[in-house]
Design a protein around this ligand. Structure first.
Ligand code: UDP
Length: 312
């Protein structure tokens, strides 16, 4: 296949490029580099099956030649990023998704949307299954991301129903691994960088809120299986192993061997109290489930941040 990955220089996008090239496909990575980083894909520069285009997908998207699939992964993706880039976050989820769907229609390409567990907001049912419609505050600080992803899902289904575009929707839960940005504010890189530097680990709230962390290689395999499936309804992709943020902080301290202390700060507005994917559909439809245990994935991630020249 010849595949376009938007957000191809980002965390998930670059790992998708790796997997697609490994599976023998030709890959075009597109990124405007506002949160993406060319270092994430530089190991593919010089590969004839790989091309990078610096472009903002909220502007008209042009790609020469045939395309078999488009994976739409462009978006700021951390709560701090969408606080700092609220308009870009809304635009890439809304106008960017529209542009790239137009390209999929024109090229007759399969389309995969990177949606998010954020469509469930601060969920009132637990674990979250795909039939749940969510509990989102549209006007809160996270609303720019949550509503952009919800609009993106709506326009994907409209292009599927009205134009017959062959679409997929992945609802991606917290994912971690090498190539996360050290300073993007998400809990995994933040705690690791703090622990390695001997700084305090900043737990927000009382740390009783939960998340379920999926290692990135597991995640991209799930996305690849979804691309190759016939499923047009949303599918949760994530790791159901759930833990409190306090426990997660202690895991990071243990695995880094750090003697940093844990301090407590205010909980950000609308921070979901619990989050765990129900992955029954992914297991059945994609024949997929995560394989990498947290400690193994965390060890690899810690190694990555240890080797970063300037993690700040
Ligand atoms: N969090 C924290 N300390 C930090 C960063 C995040 O306690 O320095 C918490 C945050 O409040 C949330 C959880 O960790 O409850 C996961 O946050 P993240 O930003 O990674 O992603 P989210 O799942 O909220 O989108």
């Amino acid at each position: 296949m010849r595949v376009l990955v938007t957000g191809g220089a980002g965390f998930l996008g670059s790992h998708l490029c790796d997997l697609l090239l490994e599976e023998g496909h030709d890959v075009i990575a597109m990124d405007n580099l506002i949160t993406g980083n060319p270092d994430n894909i530089q190991h593919h520069f010089g590969n004839k099956r790989f091309r990078f285009i610096q472009h903002d997908v909220t502007d008209f998207v042009y790609v020469e030649g045939p395309l078999d699939a488009i994976l739409h992964f462009a978006s700021p993706a951390s709560p701090i990023d969408y606080l700092e880039l609220p308009i870009q976050t809304l635009k890439v989820g809304a106008m960017g998704t529209h542009k790239v769907l137009g390209l999929a229609k024109k090229k007759n390409a399969r389309f995969v949307l990177a949606s998010s567990s954020e469509v469930y907001g601060d969920p009132l049912i637990h674990p979250q299954e795909e039939s749940y419609w969510g509990n989102v505050n549209p006007i809160g600080p996270r609303g720019v991301y949550d509503e952009a992803k919800r609009f993106a899902e709506a326009i994907v289904m409209a292009y599927h129903r009205f134009h017959g575009v062959n679409t997929r929707i992945a609802r991606i839960f917290n994912t971690y691994g090498p190539r996360m940005r050290a300073i993007d504010g998400r809990v995994v890189p933040t705690f690791i960088v703090q622990a390695l530097a001997g700084e305090d680990l900043t737990v927000f709230g009382d740390g009783s809120q939960t998340r379920s962390f999926c290692f990135v290689t597991d995640l991209v395999r799930g996305i690849y299986n979804l691309l190759n499936s016939d499923e047009t309804d949303p599918v949760n992709v994530g790791n159901p192993t759930e833990m409190t943020i306090s426990l997660f902080a202690r895991e990071v301290l243990e695995l880094t061997g750090s003697d940093s202390t844990i301090i407590y700060k205010d909980l950000p507005q609308d921070d979901p109290k619990v989050r765990q994917p129900n992955i029954r559909r992914a297991r059945e439809i994609l024949d997929w489930e995560p394989k990498v245990p947290l400690r193994e994935g965390l060890a690899k991630t810690i190694e990555y941040f240890r080797n970063l020249k300037d993690p700040k």
